[in-house]
Design a protein around this ligand. Structure first.
Ligand code: PA5
Ligand code: NI
Length: 192
């Protein structure tokens, strides 16, 4: 009998991806300059501070193909604002995506084209459907690394410009006891 091949392996407990050629991309604080609300707190940290890393198993890039990648988002804060990803909408905005929480705890911030925001809790086993035309960003509200698996159409692409211009309508900050609080322009709401 033909020997069955061993496919790439994802350790669901840690988010570690192995057994295949990976494409890795790291993002530091310098890459996200001006994204966090407190410029003084940002300046107090080294620009080389690692914020997140994506390990990706690329597909073949064609129509109908799928990409998958694991985002490892460090725990930490800039001032009182939790570490987060840059956030984006897809270049082909109608293309959807799934996120799956693997380890750590956080929030998925979703914002539609009308600017309406909502949050979903991310935890080991959580499943998140991100419809087309919805911008998305991960926020690590925990004390350990947050890892989440993403699966998206290879043709979707990433558009970073639109959300850089519009901004997300909500920020996630730590309250007095370190609990995550959602801050919009004026209102602050505790979510724990
Ligand atoms: O495809 C996705 O949505 C994810 O893999 C993100 O790209 C990843 O979480 C990093 O976030 P961003 O692309 O906003 O920097
Ligand atoms: Ni995406």
């Amino acid at each position: 009998m033909m020997t069955p091949m061993i496919p790439p392996i994802l350790d669901f407990a840690t988010g570690k991806l192995g057994g295949a050629e990976l494409v890795e991309k790291s993002t530091t604080l310098a890459d996200l300059q001006g994204l966090f609300a407190d410029p003084r707190a940002e300046a107090a940290l080294s620009p080389d501070t690692p914020l997140y890393r994506v390990a990706m198993l690329p597909g073949n890039g064609g129509e109908g193909d799928l990409n998958m990648g694991v985002t490892h988002l460090e725990a930490g804060m800039i001032g009182n604002e939790f570490f987060m990803t840059r956030g984006h909408i897809h270049a082909r905005a109608e293309q959807a995506e799934y996120y799956f929480g693997l380890c750590g705890r956080g929030l998925l911030l979703l914002q539609d084209m009308a600017g309406v925001c909502r949050l979903e809790q991310v935890f080991p086993g959580s499943v998140h459907h991100i419809p087309g035309h919805v911008a998305h960003r991960l926020v690590n509200t925990g004390e350990t690394q947050l890892s989440a698996l993403a699966v998206w159409p290879a043709i979707a692409g990433h558009d970073y410009r639109l959300m850089a211009e519009r901004g997300f309508g909500l920020r996630v900050v730590a309250g007095k006891e370190g609990e995550p609080c959602v801050v919009s322009s004026e209102v602050s709401v505790s979510i724990t």
